[in-house]
Design a protein around this ligand. Structure first.
Ligand code: SF4
Ligand code: MSK
Length: 662
């Protein structure tokens, strides 16, 4: 019988095989046993009232199927889809709310373990919010006003979310025309839940507009707020070296993993594991030190600010425990498999939950509180150290690891194109106009055990850069690229097309830029806006030679991201089967109608070759509409010379700094 590959990540595959030989079940085995409910392909199921659940299935379900109340298939499919967008937006935005309250506590002197790390970013955000800064005004007063003003974005009843005005004017006009400018995050979440309640909104187009509106509240609200506040508190990322894959774990040190999404506790743990007393304590227990690793999006946060190594994305979480080397794994919210707890009993790993919102029966719970952050971080680190002695020899440690360069914030991307003095997006726009770079793809989203996990990310990453497409990656897409060894400048030399290779060599960057965690998809919105404002391409986000791809998505957060990209004007392609496949009407709205209105769309396409072809087609058509030079590999138009690092340093000697962040 032909062997079924469960993960395209070779190290992951080895651990899975070891698990199979030891009768240890993982998500890959459960995915095989638990086939997805076929109802999404052949129809839709409505379970929002107790007259139902109503299943609309069969060949004529779209035309003739009706729920007991008379709801049609497009209504039910649109309503279900909106609920996914709501849940995703709520998750990102609740994370953002926690960040905003942490900033407020810091400003009020109530969370003394934290500080404002990036004052320039604080001032930049203050400027956007019309908050007075500088001229001797205390930093904490500015931070307090920023926090309070952003907290208002959650509960605002009328008006607009603050950061909406950061979008290009034309993009904003489209939102206004179609009535999808979000007022407040919670307001849109509540209204969308109301609309999907029994007997309210039955118009699929109207329901789908609501999905865009609530998702815009996430992208230009929750997620953007979270990204900015995280930068203010912990620093705006700049490229940093790290490592990825299971080889990051050390046999002779205490291994502690931080997993989940919100970075506050993880930041504190980064500090604590470096405290001399804590290292001495680890040594007193027989370990040579304390080794901190990350998982999923918490990994992205601490990787891009501190170079903390990552064990990978979503589907690697159980496998990390199966190395037998993880003494403790601390989790907060989102993308945490409850299976970790049962699995950990077969090893010695302590699973520690830290959020009152996210408990798992059988796990140890240490409640996080930003007012006592360091004390709690120390308790967690000590728990990991105390557990080191319980490590059993059993486990499958695959020592492979790859170097990664992470931390390309939008500010750094601007800086790298001209230094402090001439930072801009001009070189990128010029390279696109000249055809050196064909277009830009945001490769985002989760990894998924229903396909050879991480394989679609790997395939698309290589094929896109071969086609001179610059990739910006986030979330577990970044992890999949990192654990494949793709996040280094050398990847350009090995795989990139001639134009992209030249650009990467000139600036000294990888062809895949690690932008951060899933909330950091908001950085892509900022980059697209900067490109529109730079001129020479589209004067709005829509119409850019840019596409978003989430080939292995699984979380409802991905749906919210896909919707806010589409509403902002970026066509998006999701892998896997479509959750609205049975309704031609809903599919038509999400592709054709959204494209006409917003110049963005949301497609679902399981075939990776077709995802690639569709992405390149969108890029080439956008180039054609913008009357840019037709893309031909190896043939470029006239273009400004890109500055290399040496030339930039020369210019910067004695230069007046650019008004941007760096
Ligand atoms: Fe059935 Fe209508 Fe109730 Fe949905 S809302 S479960 S379609 S009766
Ligand atoms: S962690 S949402 S599996 S990207 Fe942000 Fe990864 Fe997807 Fe979770």
């Amino acid at each position: 019988m032909e062997k079924v590959v469960k993960s395209a990540n070779e190290a992951a595959e080895q651990i899975i095989e070891w698990g199979e030989s030891h009768k240890i079940e993982t998500c890959f085995d459960r995915a095989e046993k638990m086939k997805p409910c076929p109802i999404g392909a052949s129809g839709a199921c409505c379970r929002i009232c107790h007259v139902g659940p109503c299943r609309l299935v069969g060949q004529n379900a779209e035309e003739e199927g009706r729920g007991v109340c008379g709801a049609t298939l497009p209504t039910i499919a649109g309503r279900n889809f909106l609920r996914m967008a709501v849940a995703g937006s709520a998750a990102h935005s609740d994370h953002a709310r926690d960040m905003a309250f942490t900033l407020l506590a810091v400003a009020n002197g109530e969370a003394s373990d934290f500080k404002i790390t990036d004052v320039k970013k604080l001032y930049r955000v203050a400027g956007m919010l019309d908050i007075e800064f500088g001229n001797g005004r205390p930093i904490n007063n500015v931070a307090r006003d920023v926090a309070l003003k952003l907290i208002e974005d959650f509960g605002r009843q009328k008006g607009e979310i603050n950061f909406i005005k950061r979008a290009p004017k034309k993009t904003q006009e489209r939102w206004k025309k179609w009535g999808i400018v979000p007022r407040g995050v919670d307001r849109e979440i509540t209204e969308s839940m109301h609309r999907t309640n029994m007997g309210v909104d039955h118009d699929p187009d109207n329901l789908l507009l609501s999905a865009l509106k609530v998702s815009l509240a996430d992208g230009w609200g929750g997620s953007m707020i979270s990204t900015d506040i995280t930068d203010i508190l912990f620093g705006t990322p700049k490229p940093v070296k790290g490592e990825a894959s299971f080889g990051i774990f050390k046999e002779d040190e205490v291994n502690l993993v931080v997993h989940g999404h919100e970075p506050s506790l993880a930041e504190m743990i980064v500090d604590v594991v470096n405290e001399p007393e804590m290292i001495s304590y680890a040594k007193s227990k027989g370990a040579n030190g304390i080794n901190l690793g990350g998982m999923c999006c918490t990994a992205n946060e601490v990787l891009m600010r501190h170079g903390i190594p990552t064990a990978g994305g979503f589907t690697n979480q159980e496998l990390a425990i199966m190395t037998g080397l993880v003494d403790a794994i601390t989790v907060d919210v989102q993308c945490i498999m409850p299976a970790l707890v049962e699995l950990s009993k077969k090893f010695h790993t302590k699973v520690i939950t830290t959020s009152h919102k996210a408990k798992i029966p059988g796990a140890m719970h240490i409640q996080y509180d930003e007012h006592r952050a360091k004390e709690i971080a120390r308790e967690i680190v000590r728990t990991a150290i105390d557990n080191y002695a319980n490590r059993k020899a059993e486990g499958s440690h695959v020592p492979d690891k790859f170097p990664v360069i992470a931390g390309f914030s939008h500010e750094y991307i601007e800086y790298m194109q001209g230094g402090s003095w001439r930072a801009s997006f001009r070189p990128l726009n010029d390279a696109i106009m000249a055809g050196r770079i064909r277009g830009v793809v945001g490769l985002a989203g989760c990894d998924n055990p229903r396909v050879p996990s991480q394989g679609l990310h790997r395939f698309l990453a290589i094929e896109l850069i071969k086609n001179d497409v610059l990739i910006v990656s986030t979330g577990c897409g970044s992890a999949a690229c990192g654990t494949a060894g793709f996040l280094t400048p050398e990847t350009a030399l090995e795989y990139a097309g001639p134009g992209l290779m030249e650009v990467c060599e000139a600036i000294g960057i990888p062809p895949i830029l690690h932008l951060g965690s899933c909330v950091d998809n908001s950085r892509i919105l900022t980059i697209a806006t900067a490109m529109a404002e730079e001129g020479g391409l589209s004067d709005e986000i829509g119409g850019m030679p840019a596409v978003g791809i989430a080939p292995e998505w699984m979380s409802e957060k991905a749906i919210a991201i896909g919707c806010y990209f589409a509403a902002s004007g970026i066509p998006v392609i999701f892998g896997g089967e479509s959750p609205v496949e049975a309704s031609k009407e809903v599919t038509r709205i999400m592709t054709g109608v959204w494209f006409e209105r917003f110049r963005g769309a949301l497609h679902f396409e399981p075939d990776p070759e077709k995802i690639l072809a569709l992405a390149l087609d969108y890029i080439d058509k956008a180039r054609e509409t913008l009357k840019l030079r037709k893309y031909e590999p190896g043939k470029f138009g006239a273009e400004r010379v890109l500055m290399d690092m040496a030339a930039r340093r020369e210019i910067e000697k004695g230069a007046k700094p650019h008004l941007g962040i760096y």
